[in-house]
Design a protein around this ligand. Structure first.
Ligand SMILES: Nc1nc2c(c(=O)[nH]1)N[C@H]1C(S)=C(S)[C@@H](COP(=O)(O)OP(=O)(O)OC[C@H]3O[C@@H](n4cnc5c(N)ncnc54)[C@H](O)[C@@H]3O)O[C@H]1N2
Ligand code: MOO
Length: 410
């Protein structure tokens, strides 16, 4: 391992690499049909192509009458016609008359001149055209002109920016895109991730392990995390602690993947080949060793178009490095604006003297998390329900319940 760097220095190194990578990348984004845009990051801003709503929109089924009639105390009207949703507007309402309206219809009067009387406030409901509309006088005191009319442009003017570059497309963004008539949208190209787990002791999930073996779980965790964070998983390999095997796998992945995520083989053991193999191929690491616990032996090597990230093999260290470093890395590569969430602690935690503490936490309420008890960084059984990690800088004060800390979700 090299000299340990701080967590913030690791952030800086990764951020600079992302900047260089994004400048050099030939295809950073692509166009996809709306049906495939869910979970992708926008590579284009989205502006309203028309005012929202695009016309004065009636918000209740009922009738519209003139505000001056209403103010004069008139409560009985002759129904003249129906303004249905989707029908071109027939402007104006004659004095003493009512127009039947449906939710979503164009209001036949300007909002300030229109009183919408919901059908449930009409005695006997809505009659046929030409019939008498009678408003229930006792219950209508609150019907101000403009109430139940959603005015044209009240939500956004035409041309207003509705979504920024880097926004993650979720259900509400899909609705905005569709409303603006965008059938194909430019999104960041998915980051191609390859996962490599190393270790002679590891057997496939479906195999029966011997007493001295364990099942491979880290690669499943890493693959799931990468996919959840929007990446495209292109390979998942396991190599034994054999240098030659690792050398040829690294050569094959270089240039094929944008990011290679290793687990295990990164520490000081004689058979931990990952650092030397990556060193031979890429030269000096961006860093190898971060002043954080768990996850101290985390190392990153720059292969040019491929970034090689070596996560320590202990399962909780894997999760800590994924949440604290890899999630923000993948987001930045996709053009997401840099942003760190915070959340409130439910119980006090104490810092470590020389290392930043990455504390696994579970959600106890929206925006509030409780520390999970973890015996050591191999104790994956103790962190079921993990929501992510909070970060506590080295050697500070103990922090009390109620403190807000930076939070890195999984
Ligand atoms: N002399 C030193 N020894 C160690 C140091 C150190 O600084 N000096 N650091 C320790 C720390 S901290 C960690 S974390 C580990 C990291 O070691 P490696 O990255 O080399 O990981 P391995 O030794 O290969 O494995 C560690 C542990 O995790 C299990 N493992 C590995 N891969 C998987 C997988 N895919 N699925 C499930 N479990 C996996 C592996 O069996 C080991 O038990 O080093 C310390 N040692
Ligand atoms: O720091 Mo290691 O990654 O804790 O067990």
């Amino acid at each position: 391992m090299h000299a340990l760097i701080s967590i913030d220095e690791a952030d800086d190194q990764l951020q600079h690499w992302v900047e260089r990578w994004r400048e050099a990348a030939i295809e950073r984004d692509e166009s996809v049909p709306l049906a495939k845009a869910m979970g992708r990051r926008l590579a284009q801003a989205v502006a309203a192509d028309r005012p929202l709503p695009p016309y004065d929109r009636v918000m209740m089924d009922g009738v519209v009458v003139r505000a001056d009639d209403w103010r004069s105390g008139l409560r009985e009207f002759q129904l003249v016609w129906t303004q249905a949703a989707g029908a071109a507007p027939r402007a104006g309402v004659p004095s003493g008359c009512a127009v039947e309206v449906m939710t979503g219809a164009v209001c036949p009067l300007a909002p300030a001149e229109a009183v919408v009387v919901p059908v449930e406030r009409l005695v006997g409901g809505i009659p046929a055209a030409g019939g008498l509309v009678v408003a229930d006088a006792g219950s209508v005191a609150d019907l101000e002109p403009g109430r139940f009319v959603h005015p044209c442009g009240a939500d956004a003017a035409a041309g207003a920016t509705l979504l920024d570059v880097g926004a993650m497309v979720g259900p509400s963004e899909l609705g905005i895109l569709a409303s603006c008539g965008i059938e194909n949208v430019r999104v960041a190209r998915q980051i191609r991730v390859a996962v490599v787990s190393t270790g002679d002791e590891l057997v496939a999930v479906g195999d029966q392990p011997e007493a001295h073996q364990i099942r491979r779980s880290n690669d499943v965790v890493i693959s799931g995390f990468a996919t959840k964070h929007g990446a495209k998983l292109i390979r998942c390999d396991h190599v034994a602690d054999e240098r030659a095997e690792l050398v040829s796998l690294v050569a094959m992945l270089d240039g094929l993947a944008d990011v290679v995520l290793f687990s295990g083989g990164v520490s000081m053991g004689r058979r931990d080949h990952v650092p030397s193999v990556l060193g031979d191929r890429c030269g000096e690491p961006l860093f190898h060793g971060v002043r954080q616990r768990p996850g101290k032996p985390f190392g990153v090597w720059d292969g040019g178009s491929t970034l090689f990230c070596a996560l320590p093999g202990n399962p909780v260290s894997v999760l800590a490095c994924l949440c604290r470093h890899v999630g923000p890395l993948l987001a930045a590569m996709s053009g997401a604006p840099a942003a760190v969430a915070t959340c409130e602690l439910d119980a006090p935690i104490a810092p470590l003297p020389d290392f930043g503490l990455l504390k696994p936490v579970a959600a106890v309420a929206e925006d509030r998390v409780a520390p999970l008890v973890m015996r050591n960084s191999g104790d994956f059984a103790g962190i079921g329900g993990l929501a992510g990690f909070v970060e506590l800088p080295a050697a500070g004060e103990s922090v009390a319940a109620g403190t807000r800390l930076h939070f890195y979700p999984c």
